[in-house]
Design a protein around this ligand. Structure first.
Ligand SMILES: [Zn+2]
Length: 70
């Protein structure tokens, strides 16, 4: 795997990750990620992102059903 920014080498590490949703933000300080050894840009795997997003999607759905959202 190589860095999408500088084509540098990625190594398994952890990086802060945050998602902005409708009106709130979810932050994890040490999310598993690939981090570039050259430019230190983190690359998150899709399944890691899903792991965070999934409960939020469920929450959004429930809010919509309750008529809270919007
Ligand atoms: Zn890089």
């Amino acid at each position: 795997m190589e860095c999408i920014h500088c084509k540098g080498r990625l190594e398994r590490s952890a990086a802060p990750f945050s998602i902005d949703r409708h009106g709130y933000q979810v932050r994890r300080h040490a999310n598993p990620a690939w981090v570039c050894t050259q430019c230190h840009e983190p690359l998150f795997e899709a399944r890691e992102v899903e792991f965070i997003q999934q409960p939020l999607d469920t929450l959004d759905r429930q809010s919509a059903e309750l008529g809270v959202a919007g």
